[in-house]
Design a protein around this ligand. Structure first.
Ligand SMILES: [Zn+2]
Length: 404
């Protein structure tokens, strides 16, 4: 078998395409394969599909292909421009690459597989290409997969924000709670982000009115966004965020008090962790501090009681419990606890909604760790757009339809 026949088979070329020559350059570690078509070959129109259009002229093009052992491989071809009676002169599509790409489909599939498992910058070094070219491939496959997304089954959504770059920019994540995957990612953490999500749902075989349950933190921006754009959705306030607010209030009490009570310095951790996660020595320190009749200890007990709300047997019991908790906290004479009590009270319905929906953003802890992995893979990414693409790739379970 001649080498050009071997390459013809390996590339899966069908007439009129054929391998014309192959040049192996051991010194420069390169393999160059020339592809051509038989004289008189005819091609279908890329726009209207009309078969057997005559060739008008040709354009020389080159594509990077999968390495041949340790050698970089390139395909070269003169690509026909056909004369379609309806559309005019058009460049034909080649079967080994998508229009406008400088890589073959197999090379792109290889790159997409690499970037799922390693940072894009590392993949770029490995294949010897600049990472901007890899990002362009990622954008293409992710964009087309997202465009095909079917959201007809989406009913319950958790919304959360995550820092994009060193805490300056944020992206909002919209997670399908039942399918446990990210279905939308966008810049910002404001009401507009939720409005854009509603448009995204409308555009993907569904309707924003089909979203029935939403889990968010108590940020005014998300509340506004959900109320305006997801009109059929009931809001559950994420219980982890709620407990964190109460925790933050305890810490404010501790910091203020530690000016008079030096024992409280460096004790932040003791008050914030759940008791069963403390060591024996830490538990002893906490017990000693608790016996000192400190303001911090009172705040701490208010916080412990707050968590108990979620252990009530029913929403009715929780309502009674929450009322008693509120009265206690509001009479505590501890300003941060009174403030957080008022916040909790204003968001009472969404907090109690948990008893009906049982949804929390903790359900998506797995998703959050994937998002962190996505951020690591996008290390050195040049734009939020790149971070969004890699987030879809890692957390969206999207269907890429890669060449095989
Ligand atoms: Zn045509």
């Amino acid at each position: 078998m001649r080498d050009i026949d071997l390459f013809q088979l390996a590339l899966g070329l069908v007439p009129p395409w054929m391998v014309a020559s192959a040049n192996f350059d051991a010194d420069n570690k390169r393999l160059d394969i020339e592809i051509d078509f038989k004289t008189g070959g005819r091609f279908p129109c890329p726009d209207c599909g009309k078969a057997n259009c005559p060739v008008h002229d040709t354009v020389k093009k080159t594509w990077r292909h999968l390495n041949f052992f340790q050698h970089q491989a390139f395909l070269h071809a003169r690509v026909a421009r056909i004369d379609c009676p309806d559309c005019g002169v058009r460049l034909v599509n080649v079967p080994w690459a998508r229009p406008g790409s400088g890589f073959t489909l197999l090379f792109e599939a290889f790159v997409m597989t690499l970037v799922k498992g390693m940072p894009v910058a590392t993949a770029a070094r490995l294949v010897g290409e600049h990472d901007t070219r890899l990002w362009r491939i990622i954008q293409h496959y992710v964009d087309t997969a997202v465009a095909r997304m079917d959201l007809s089954d989406l009913k319950r959504v958790a919304i959360d924000e995550t820092a994009a770059k060193r805490g300056q920019d944020y992206i909002s994540l919209f997670v399908d709670i039942d399918a446990r995957k990210v279905v939308y990612v966008t810049e910002g953490k404001d009401a507009k982000a939720v409005a854009k999500f509603a448009d995204h749902v409308d555009a993907h075989n569904s309707d924003a009115s089909r979203i029935k349950e939403v889990c968010i933190d108590m940020s005014a921006a998300y509340i506004k966004g959900v109320t305006e754009a997801l009109t059929e959705a009931e809001i559950t306030f994420d219980k982890f965020h709620a407990v964190k607010l109460v925790n933050d209030a305890v810490d404010q009490v501790r910091r203020a008090e530690s000016k008079e009570q030096p024992e409280l310095k460096h004790s932040r951790f003791l008050w914030l962790k759940n008791k069963w996660r403390l060591s024996v020595a830490q538990t002893a320190s906490l017990d000693a501090l608790t016996r000192m009749h400190l303001k911090t200890a009172r705040a701490y007990h208010i916080r412990l009681a707050f968590q108990e709300i979620y252990n009530q047997p029913s929403r009715e019991w929780a309502e009674l419990f929450l009322d008693r908790w509120y009265n206690w906290a509001i009479r505590s004479r501890l300003e941060p606890m009174m403030k957080v009590a008022r916040t909790v009270n204003r968001h009472r319905n969404g907090i109690l909604r948990w008893f009906n929906s049982k949804i929390a953003n903790g359900l998506i802890e797995g998703i959050n760790s994937l998002v962190q992995a996505a951020k690591a893979k996008a290390r050195g990414y040049r734009s939020v757009r790149n971070l969004i693409a890699i987030t879809y790739l890692i957390t969206g379970k999207i269907d890429l339809r890669l060449a095989t």
